[in-house]
Design a protein around this ligand. Structure first.
Ligand SMILES: *Cc1c(COP(=O)(O)O)cnc(C)c1O
Length: 421
């Protein structure tokens, strides 16, 4: 199946007389006829649903669809993108370990890594993603467990060199985790460039309609966990009578452990209705991404031509520093999100935002409706000016998320707001 077809058909194949659309299995529990069978489910020696904190048929259909879209061996949905990144890291990190991340990532992820994981005893070392391999190598320590980056950074709109980081990570025997939220598997499939684990905030393009918060972790199945660095995947798990994940689940060891151990213990699994809505969004993902890219490119060129705009970040523009890299990683387009800096800094930025009539000023991005946000006063307000600059964010920067309205209406709105500042 090609992408558009997977969006509609992967993950759920009804049999004769069954519902055409993925049904909402709104049940916390599942009936069995024998105690032995339930015991086997708890021991993981038998496959099946037994409690909706760990798995549910509606959610699993959506997980299988996303795994198919990314080209992975399995996926696990979570109640938010934050929960996805948290579990993706904790699945292979404990107190005393360290991780390496680009600083050009979502503000919430910076807080998670730099503040909350630190409290749990996990150190995050931020490295400049444009540094040389030798420079980046210096951040690795014997306790390094993983490397993390975003395909298209929110909101700096930098394109991450996935292949370069996969190669450095693998030389050091650790996996590369890529947050692929903005690109979606329609525009980039990080596994094809060597990434090992992919995460998403499904709140953004995958859901697409701003109806609910959610996340997902996808496992490529390619990483070798038996290299001596990952005892939690190779040595007996006491909470499952000494089960060894790699031995029992092969190349699906990572994603199975995330579900049966971490999801069991943390309980951040979405409900069936949430998955049903996510699935509706996924059905049109491929078509929507195509139009987002088309609209955003026109809007980016329009901003770039305005004498009131200092700079525009959108990698499809020939003048963008990430243009060449985007040709490799994002050949079909760079999503609907761009950022720009208005001449006159913070004050003019606020005036522009307040003058918009069609585009909404809201804390959201990658929505079906055009929306704008001032990161320095919203999503990234916890960051110091130094951290802002490191994340690639000018205090006067505006993130502009182009929606699926007629692009001429979006441009007319921009023009009247620019005229007003
Ligand atoms: C929004 C976002 C997150 C966090 O996801 P939530 O669903 O809001 O918890 C993580 N990464 C990126 C790139 C995001 O844009």
């Amino acid at each position: 199946m090609r992408e558009e077809t997977k969006c509609l058909h992967a993950g759920y194949t009804p049999k004769n007389g069954e519902p055409r659309v993925v049904p909402i299995c709104q049940s916390t529990t599942y009936l069995y006829e024998s105690t032995d069978e339930v015991g086997a489910l708890f021991d993981l020696t038998k496959n099946g649903y037994f409690y909706s904190r760990i798995a549910n048929p509606t959610v699993c259909a959506v997980e299988d669809k996303i795994a198919a879209l990314e080209g992975g061996v399995g996926a696990l949905c979570t109640t938010s993108g934050q929960a996805a990144n948290l579990l993706a890291v904790l699945n292979i990190c404990s107190a005393g370990d360290s991780i390496i991340s680009a600083p050009t990532i979502y503000g919430g992820t910076i807080n998670l890594f730099a503040v909350t994981l630190k409290r749990l005893g996990i150190e995050c070392i931020f490295v400049d993603p444009e540094a040389s391999e030798e420079e980046i190598q210096k951040a690795f320590k014997p306790n390094t467990r993983l490397v993390f980056g975003e395909t298209i950074a929110n909101p700096a709109i930098c394109v991450f060199d996935i292949e370069k980081f996969a190669s450095i990570a693998h030389k050091n025997g650790v996996p590369l985790i890529i947050d692929n939220t903005f690109a979606t598997p329609i525009l980039c499939r990080p596994f094809e460039f060597g990434a090992d684990i992919v995460t998403h905030s499904t709140t953004k393009y995958m859901d697409g309609h701003a109806v609910q918060v959610g996340g997902v972790i996808v496992d490529s199945g390619n990483f070798d966990w038996t290299n001596g660095k990952y005892p939690e995947l190779c040595e007996p798990d006491e909470s499952y009578h000494g089960l060894r994940y790699v031995e029992a689940f092969g190349n699906a060891a990572y994603i199975t452990k995330a579900r049966v151990q971490l999801m069991r213990d943390f309980g951040v699994y979405p409900g069936a209705t949430a998955a049903f809505y996510l699935n509706l969004g996924l059905e049109t993902l491929a078509v929507r991404m195509e139009r987002y890219c088309e609209n955003a490119e026109k809007v980016a060129r329009h901003f770039a031509a305005s004498d009131k705009v200092e700079s525009v970040s959108y990698p499809s523009l020939e003048t963008d520093p990430y243009h060449e890299r985007a040709k490799k990683y994002l050949p079909k387009g760079c999503s609907g999100v761009l950022s720009f800096t208005i001449k006159g800094g913070r004050e003019k930025a606020a005036k522009f935002m307040d003058s918009l009539k069609l585009a909404s000023n809201e804390v959201h991005v990658a929505d079906i409706r055009t929306c704008v946000l001032h990161p320095a006063s919203a999503t990234h307000r916890q960051l110091t000016d130094e951290q802002l600059i490191a994340a690639g964010i000018n205090p006067g920067l505006i993130r502009f998320s182009v929606g699926l309205e007629n692009v001429d209406d979006i441009i007319e709105d921009i023009d009247q707001a620019l005229a007003n500042i």
